[in-house]
Design a protein around this ligand. Sequence first.
Ligand SMILES: Nc1ncnc2c1ncn2[C@@H]1O[C@H](COP(=O)(O)OP(=O)(O)OP(=O)(O)O)[C@@H](O)[C@H]1O
Ligand SMILES: [Mg+2]
Length: 154
Amino acid sequence: MKQLPAETVRLLSSSQVITSVVSVVKELIENSLDANATSIDIKLENYGFDKIEVRDNGDGIKAADVPVMAVKHYTSKISCPEDLENLTTYGFRGEALGSICCISEVSITTKTAADDFSTQYILDSSGHVTSQKPSHLGQGTLDMAQQDVCIYMV
Ligand SMILES: Nc1ncnc2c1ncn2[C@@H]1O[C@H](COP(=O)(O)OP(=O)(O)OP(=O)(O)O)[C@@H](O)[C@H]1O
Ligand SMILES: [Mg+2]
């Protein structure tokens, strides 16, 4: 037997969280609902196989959380095993955004009520921010996932 390389383990675990276009959309809608959004717009290019966009008018992501927002096992929703017994959110694993980054090219544009303007962040395959620029969107969050490797999405 041989131990799998870390990148292969990452791809395999991501493809257990993200099994289809539908699960990308489901995870992003759940994030919007957890952020108290009252409006969610979804755009699909080529039925979602080329590009998926989900935009909400929710709370947005705090600047302090941005560096880890798409890093696996970081979540704002639970902090200890006991919290699993009293879940009030759809998400709690801290895996969805990191898994989507692993199988597609992701950008996240977000603005909280405390921010003067929104910022668009480009993420790499491990969910780390590689660049950022100011944007014109209002409060909330826009997730854009462009297809990269579709081989793991069946
Ligand atoms: N649309 C959004 N609006 C506000 N915050 C968001 C949004 N999407 C993600 N976040 C923040 O990023 C974190 C990571 O999101 P992610 O979906 O990866 O994990 P999660 O929702 O905590 O758990 P799960 O993997 O079970 O969905 C969330 O905990 C939340 O704090
Ligand atoms: Mg989530």
